[in-house]
Design a protein around this ligand. Structure first.
Ligand code: SF4
Ligand code: SF4
Length: 98
């Protein structure tokens, strides 16, 4: 089965504490990227969420892309097309296979 991330975006939808940011993630993020997307709460940090999805997700007319793709955190990098996390996210969002 082939999955097209650009017509899906399902794994970028979730609750407020969905995308954890750790210190090693910050090393690859530019200062302005952190200022725009990272929310620090106490000693922990997450990516900001907006309308139920990561604030860095560009969702337009059924087309999805990541505004910080090269700088995205590790938790995003482990979600590859067809992985268990991918299939779970697609199921949650009701994305139809095929
Ligand atoms: S990894 Fe899977 S859930 Fe995430 S955008 Fe790609 S196809 Fe969709
Ligand atoms: S950083 Fe990019 S890949 Fe990760 S959840 Fe946000 S939009 Fe999706």
């Amino acid at each position: 089965m082939q999955y097209d991330c650009q017509t899906c975006g399902a794994c970028c939808y979730g609750p407020e504490d969905y995308v954890t940011v750790v210190s090693t993630d910050r090393l690859r993020m530019r200062t302005q990227t952190q200022a725009r997307y990272v929310e620090q709460r106490g000693d922990r940090a997450w990516l900001k969420m907006l309308h139920g999805h990561c604030a860095a997700l560009r969702a337009r007319q059924g087309h999805f892309s990541c505004r910080m793709y090269g700088e995205r955190p590790n938790v995003c990098r482990v979600v590859t097309e067809g992985s268990r996390e991918c299939l779970d996210a697609r199921r949650r969002r009701g994305v139809v296979d095929g």
